[in-house]
Design a protein around this ligand. Structure first.
Ligand code: 5GP
Length: 149
C-alpha cells in the first residue's frame, strides 16, 4: 500500500524541503529550447555585467570583481566576473581563471559559508545552461542543496 505512494511521497517531501521547485522547473524547460537563441542575443549586446557601476561591486582584484546576483538562488549568491569580457570560461587565460577561483573561495569565507558549505558553478554554453556570455563564477551558499539545485 505504502509502496504505491512511495514516489509521490518522495516528490512531496522533496518539494517540502525545497529541492524541487516546479515553477523553476517549468521555467527552465521553456528556457532550454531558447538557449541557443539566448547565446546569439547575449553575444550581440554588451553584457549586463558591464553596466554594473563600481559602487555595487562587493569586492575586486586586479582582473575580476564581485556582485550580488540579481536573482539569488540562496541566501548567498555572488558572481565573480572578469573585468575584461570573455565569452566563456574556455576563453579565460589561466592566470585570470586562477585569480577568479581564489576570489570565489575568498568570498565564500568572507560571507561565512565556508564551513556550512557552498557551491561554485560555471555554466558554459547552451547545454551548460549559460545565459550571460560574459563568463562568471556563481558562489552559492547558505542553504542545503541537492545534486542539481
Ligand atoms: P548563467 O545562466 O549565465 O550562468 O548566469 C547568469 C546569472 O546572471 C544569473 O544568475 C542571473 O540572475 C544573473 N544576472 C543577469 N543579469 C544580471 C544583472 O544585470 N545584474 C546582476 N547582478 N546579475 C545578473
Amino acid at each position: 500500500m505504502l509502496a504505491r505512494f512511495k514516489i509521490p511521497l518522495i516528490a512531496l517531501a522533496a518539494f517540502a524541503i525545497g529541492t524541487l521547485d516546479p515553477i523553476s522547473m517549468v521555467f527552465w524547460k521553456v528556457a532550454e529550447w531558447h538557449l541557443p537563441t539566448i547565446k546569439a542575443e547575449s553575444l550581440a549586446d554588451d553584457s549586463p555585467f558591464q553596466g554594473i557601476s563600481e559602487d555595487r561591486w562587493v569586492a575586486q582584484t586586479d582582473n575580476a570583481f564581485v556582485v550580488n546576483d540579481i536573482n539569488p538562488q540562496g541566501p548567498v549568491h555572488l558572481l565573480v566576473i572578469p573585468k575584461e569580457r570573455y565569452t566563456s570560461i574556455l576563453d579565460v587565460p589561466p592566470a585570470i581563471r586562477a585569480e577568479m577561483i581564489d576570489l570565489a573561495v575568498r568570498m565564500a569565507r568572507e560571507h561565512g559559508v565556508d564551513e556550512s558549505g557552498f557551491r561554485l558553478v560555471i555554466n558554459t554554453n547552451p547545454h551548460g545552461g549559460q545565459t550571460v556570455y560574459h563568463t562568471h563564477i556563481h558562489v552559492i551558499g547558505g542553504r542545503q542543496m541537492g545534486w542539481l539545485g
